[in-house]
Design a protein around this ligand. Structure first.
Ligand code: TYM
Length: 332
């Protein structure tokens, strides 16, 4: 059976981008068709200036939203990264295989490092080595497929390179995984700035639909989305990024392609109205389940405890094998 692994960082409130680009497929497809693990990657939240209490809170909220999105612990494994030591153990070995040049070429590092310097003057070393920890997340489980949005595909390419290099140097240890970005909604853009990604760590509230936004807030944000100066409702991501983004969102909600919707509307207003209602309907069941899960915190604890145990059992043999292969057999 295909092994699937994916992760989500507790660095902010989850967005419609996270849902349409990744979570929805995890719940609707991956958990049914494969042996899948989904992880709240809390160690990754420490790579930028962070408030410990907030990371703890968001980690919990992220896990709850994963379950609310439809992940079923009977079908897949849901857990928190820091509960399974194998991630950090393997990450160090992979640091001994990766190069600093590779790390500095990562787009996300190039984007985030200057921002961190502006904010606090320094960049945490873990921001540079972040993709190695992500590779460890994936490789520890013998992962075949990594369902992620487009912004993560470079990191998965690096993971493939590290797996191949390790295998060539030290003997076959890792499965070489591949990224499986969605056909629609691989990169949902900010509603107020459709040339940049809708990201949970950004501050621009009006341009971001959060999964827990009230229906009226969702409607307001989508009705106020920046469109373009033209008036034809056509799918042209280069020339009309604002309209293309709305078509992409609506298409994802309706399980069609944005090309199919191109030309189906006479006005931007009608497109916005349908998009807003479609998003409200997609979020409604998720928000209802979230409310129920918040009322039963013991259930979420139980899921995460069982998930971590299962994940440990899956990761340990391969990580131990990697230690032996690289020259670190266990003490006698
Ligand atoms: P993160 O937490 O930024 O995002 C989680 C998932 O949501 C997708 N995504 C989007 N998709 C479409 N449009 C958007 N605007 C959008 N914003 C986010 C992301 O592509 C991702 O699939 N480094 C990863 C977390 C990670 C991971 C892993 C993922 C750590 N280890 C191992 C897979 C496998 C990240 O920061 O995702």
């Amino acid at each position: 059976m295909t092994r699937v692994f994916s992760g989500i960082k507790p660095t902010g409130h989850l967005t419609l981008g996270n849902y349409l680009g990744a979570m929805r497929r995890w719940a609707q497809v991956d958990q049914h068709q494969s042996d899948a693990l989904f992880c709240v990657v809390d160690l990754h939240a420490l790579t930028v200036d962070h408030d410990p209490a907030r990371v703890f809170r968001l980690s919990r909220q992220t896990a709850t939203l994963l379950l609310a999105s439809g992940l079923d612990p009977e079908l897949c494994t849901v857990f928190v990264q820091s509960h399974v030591d194998e991630h950090a153990r393997l990450s160090y070995l992979l640091e001994c295989v990766a190069t600093d040049g590779e790390m500095r070429r990562m787009i996300q590092y190039k984007e985030k490092a200057p921002r961190e310097r502006e904010r606090g003057g320094s960049v945490r070393l873990s921001l540079l080595t972040y993709p190695v920890l992500m590779a460890a997340d994936i490789l520890a489980y013998g992962t075949d497929e990594v369902p992620v949005g487009e912004d993560q595909t470079q990191h998965v390419e690096l993971t493939r390179d590290l797996a191949v290099r390790f295998n060539q140097r030290y003997g076959h240890t890792f499965v070489v995984p591949r990224a499986t970005p969605p056909k629609v909604a691989a990169r949902i853009m900010n509603l107020q700035d459709p040339t940049s990604k809708m990201g949970k760590s950004d501050d621009s509230g009006p341009g971001i639909v959060y999964l827990l936004d009230e229906p009226d807030v969702v409607r307001k944000k989508i009705m106020r989305a920046v469109t373009d100066s033209g008036s034809d409702v056509v799918y042209d991501p280069e020339g009309r990024p604002g309209v293309a983004n709305l078509l992409e969102i609506l298409a994802a909600c309706q399980d069609v392609t944005p090309q199919e919707l191109s030309g189906a509307y006479d006005t931007y207003g009608a497109l916005k109205k349908d998009t807003a209602e479609a998003v409200v309907e997609v979020l409604r069941p998720l928000q209802e389940r979230h409310r129920a899960l918040c009322a039963d915190p013991g259930h979420v604890d139980g899921v995460l405890r069982t998930g971590a145990e299962r994940a440990r059992g899956m990761a340990r043999p391969r990580v131990d094998a990697a230690y032996r292969a690289i020259g670190l057999p266990p003490a006698l």
